[in-house]
Design a protein around this ligand. Structure first.
Ligand code: GLU
Ligand code: ZN
Length: 545
């Protein structure tokens, strides 16, 4: 029988040929090093840190090689798909500033980028496989397949549609025709020519050389509803999108022999595979894959709400992606992770453990090095969404806030008091009268006598404070103030003769600090006093007189 007739019988409406597709989606004109990578999620809801990390890797590699990064939506399993699934994924990827070259909204020359819109492509390849006798229709019913499985169990045979169990392999043209005329349901199966007893060896970019038994199962390429399962769809898509590296979950590794058989049957050159170990999380005493359902701290929303900078999360991903990144970054703190050369071979062979504390640390560090203007802009963006009251204040006092954020920034050891945008308010609130006036609790540690507090404050403001003093002058005046009121201006001297003094200079400074900030801990008091200015200091002092 000429299989071309069978192909026409099965796919009468498919007029394109595989050559047509090759012309429609030609090899990309990129240089040798350029990699074409993709992220291919199912539209099942918002991203979590696991997906975000899985998409970070192909994006980084594509960008670093001046290649292409594609977002392809794998929606062939429509039971799991949700209505605005694509939008949610795109929003999250865009929020993280991923550079996507081709996606369902933007389009591109290799689209459509949604699998359910690519049916014609799948059927064209399917038709081709029938015509070369590498695929055939199977009309077995559920019952037939169940009976087959029972028989295999009884005989202790491997389960599956293969060898002599593959009943529909040799149906004649007329038999097929009759089934079709009867309206019998059918699936298209691969006609495998693999030998289970032979091994297949392939190279995985992360795991190295892998040996697995060859596939000999006639698996389903197209289901009875005309939609292909993942395996066949990804081969058609990755070939005609000219993908060069397939990054995907580690759980697909055992299917590689089957996938390679499809690639070969189609006559396509397989891409390189990089199977990624999932991001794990510690759950009591067990370590398991991150789950959207069980791990609220893995949800992307968790990071939005806290205002953890996107860049910090990406630095964290870079840290877990390549073991040599952290050391490099320590030496190159002013650079972006994009300047680092990532490689698959430096990826850990055991699943990275998601570590929130580490994310927070990286974030703290990152924020401490950012320009105050940038901190301001990002804090405002965050506040506009999550803290309207603070946003108003930030908008009202832009330059002043930048000055405040500049306290102990741009120095060798910058301050690291906040780890995310939501923590900024609690670190600088006292610099704003609107917030300060709501606060009545003061923390005077060493000096509890009200009268003494009043004396220190009055004396300071009347005889020592000057907004225009430089830091040395300010400090000398603090010493003079201490001497005058009977506190040691030299701490060493105080330690030697504590009974001669009421206390020392830091007690005096602390009274001033608490009066203007309520707390006995603050960044550089000199700068705080300078930025507050005489009138506001006076107002804050006056309640103690
Ligand atoms: N749609 C598949 C998944 O979400 C993607 C597999 C792949 O990247 O090839 O697991
Ligand atoms: Zn069958």
């Amino acid at each position: 029988m000429d299989k071309k007739d069978l192909a026409n019988l099965l796919y009468p409406n498919i007029t394109k040929t595989i050559e047509d597709l090759e012309k429609m989606y030609p090899e990309r004109k990129l240089n040798d090093k350029a990699m074409v990578c993709r992220f291919a999620p199912s539209p099942t809801g918002r991203m979590h840190m696991g997906n975000l990390y899985a998409s970070f890797i192909p994006e980084v590699i594509a960008k670093q090689t001046n290649g292409v990064f594609i977002l392809r939506i794998e929606d062939t399993d429509n039971k799991r798909a949700i209505e605005n699934g694509i939008e949610l994924i795109l929003n999250d990827l865009e929020h993280y500033n991923y550079i996507i070259n081709e996606d369902p909204i933007k389009g591109g020359a290799y689209g459509p980028y949604i699998q359910t819109e690519r049916k014609e492509i799948y059927h064209t390849v399917a038709k081709y496989l029938v015509s070369i006798d590498r695929a055939y229709p199977c009309f077995c019913s559920e019952d037939d397949l169940n009976n087959m499985r029972e028989e295999q169990e009884k005989r202790k045979d491997r389960i599956g549609y293969y060898g002599h169990y593959a009943k529909c392999r040799n149906l004649s043209y007329d038999e097929v025709k009759k089934h079709l005329e009867n309206g019998d349901k059918w699936v298209l199966r691969l006609k495998s020519n693999g030998d289970f007893n032979k091994k297949i060896i392939f190279k995985d970019l992360v795991k190295g050389t892998i040996e697995l038994p060859s596939n000999d199962i006639d698996q389903v390429l197209i289901k009875s509803d005309g939609i292909p399962p993942y395996a066949f769809a990804h081969v058609c898509d990755d070939h005609f999108m000219r993908v060069t590296i397939v990054t995907r979950d580690d759980s697909y590794i055992s299917s590689v022999p089957y996938h390679l058989e499809i690639w070969n049957a189609c006559g396509f050159k397989p891409p390189k595979y990089a199977h990624l170990l999932p991001l794990n999380i510690k759950d009591n005493n067990t370590i398991r894959k991150i789950s959207k359902r069980k791990d609220p701290t893995a949800a992307v929303a968790f990071y939005h709400e806290r205002g953890i900078p996107v860049e910090a999360i990406k630095l964290y991903f870079a840290t877990i992606m390549n073991s040599n990144f952290e050391g490099w970054y320590l030496q190159n703190q002013d650079k972006s992770y994009r300047d680092f050369e990532f490689s698959f071979s430096k990826m850990s062979k055991s699943g990275p453990l998601f570590d929130l504390e580490k994310v927070i640390n990286i974030s703290k560090n990152y924020l401490s090095k950012l320009k105050a203007e940038e901190v301001y802009d990002n804090a405002l963006t965050w506040s506009l969404e999550y803290d309207k009251e603070f946003a108003k204040i930030l908008q009202k006092y832009k330059d002043y806030t930048i000055d405040v954020l500049n306290i102990e920034r741009n120095v060798k050891k910058p301050r690291k008091d906040f780890s995310c945008y939501s923590e900024i308010k609690s670190c600088i609130w006292y610099m704003y009268d609107e917030l300060f006036d709501q606060q009545l609790q003061y923390n005077f540690d060493n000096i509890k006598y009200k009268k003494e507090i009043a004396t220190i404050l009055k004396e300071y403001l009347e005889n020592y404070y000057n907004e225009n003093d430089d830091k040395d002058t300010w400090f000398n005046k603090m010493k003079q103030l201490a001497d005058k009121l009977g506190y040691a201006s030299d701490i060493r001297e105080y330690k030697e003769n504590p009974t001669l003094y009421k206390g020392n200079i830091s007690d005096v400074a602390n009274v001033i600090r608490v009066a203007v900030t309520t707390s006995n801990k603050s960044p550089d008091l000199y700068m705080i006093l300078k930025l507050l200015g005489r009138d506001r200091i006076e107002k804050r002092f006056s309640i103690f007189y």
